[in-house]
Ligand binder design. Structure first.
Ligand SMILES: [Zn+2]
Length: 126
């Protein structure tokens, strides 16, 4: 059976940040947004590089989270919290799971920071 591969073609895309145009190779059926996304990814202007760095940080944090949290609602919540904080949509997110409290925010250097505090207090009520 033949491989069902999408043909790739050369198109002109525009970087979202510096508006520079460049040739990019995209699937034949790519729409303008995809073409511009690719052009932005491949651009080497400062903002495009910052965005690339941000995506790498998100990936690294999410890979870490994938090893720490239980797949399902817990992991999904952490994943979207990481993205929201990295993209500055929210300042910080606090997630409580049993005795652990996770706080996801950004430190002064713009790094994604995930802190965990473990609370172990005993309380008796009668
Ligand atoms: Zn650019």
């Amino acid at each position: 059976m033949m491989e069902d591969e999408v043909k790739r073609i050369q198109r002109t895309g525009t970087c979202r940040y510096c508006h520079q145009q460049r040739f990019v190779e995209v699937p034949e059926d790519a729409d303008e947004e995809e073409i511009n996304d690719t052009a932005t990814e491949e651009c080497d202007c400062e903002e495009a590089l910052q965005e690339k760095e941000r995506q790498q940080k998100i990936e690294a944090a999410q890979t870490w989270a994938g090893n720490v949290f239980t797949p399902g609602p817990q992991l999904d919540t952490v994943m979207s919290a990481i993205r929201a904080v990295a993209e500055r949509k929210v300042e910080s997110v606090t997630i409580k799971i049993l005795k652990r409290t996770w706080t996801i925010d950004k430190d002064a250097n713009g790094m994604i920071r995930i802190r965990m505090t473990y609370k172990d207090t005993n309380e008796e009520t009668f």
